[in-house]
Design a protein around this ligand. Sequence first.
Ligand code: MG
Length: 268
Amino acid sequence: MHLQKTRTPADIECWLTDMDGVLVHESTAIPGAAELIQRWVDTSKRFLVLTNNSIYTPRDMAARLHQAGLEVPEENIWTSALATAQFLRNQTPASEGHGRAYVIGEAGLTTALHEAGFILTDRDPQYVVLGETRTYSFEAITKAIRLILAGSRFIATNPDATGPSTEGVLPATGAIAALISKATNRQPYIVGKPNPMMFRSAMNQIDAHSETTAMIGDRMDTDIVAGMEAGLHTVLVYTGITQPDDVARFPFRPNQTVDSVADLIQLV
Ligand SMILES: [Mg+2]
């Protein structure tokens, strides 16, 4: 019988990490996060900070993390918008020329699709791509619904129903996707976590392989399950959503649990 070799943190060459609840709370760095990122940079580790947030470009996100006290180069940020653009580019044969997409979203998504070679248009698009925005318009949603009914493929960057703000929750991509689904009777293909596609596209980006890649996350129901399904070494931190008492309720386990990212610094 062939037994799979047990991976240890020493075998890890590439790191993927969630952002909220792992590196930051809202706009405040979690203790140890800055040091862990610096350690990855100093030891030339390949790494990506993953976020389902599709509002910001990597450059904007790097600037926001800088304000929180974290120095993450923009090339080390992987958003659901970038993953969606990469997925759609791979789905669109080069022989068909530039793909066409109607987009509801912010610069993070429109820039990613533009750089992936897409033309953004409401005239006969192959795709309707829904991302996060703070200015959803009835007019844009109506257009999206009509295009989907006319045959455009429905894609969403992430499934999150709500997002955080200092005043309370905000309706997010998943909530607007539900509205469009109700009106069209079509379900979107959703690229962001917990779809392992988010990790596969990130690993492609840094030429990582699942056997030697770890995923750090704070949620069993997204980060850990998707990391497991993508074949990664999963590390759960207790600085976010999942608390130690919650873990036993899930029918799967992380490979490793630590109190916070501060505990990972000496392992890199
Ligand atoms: Mg999180």
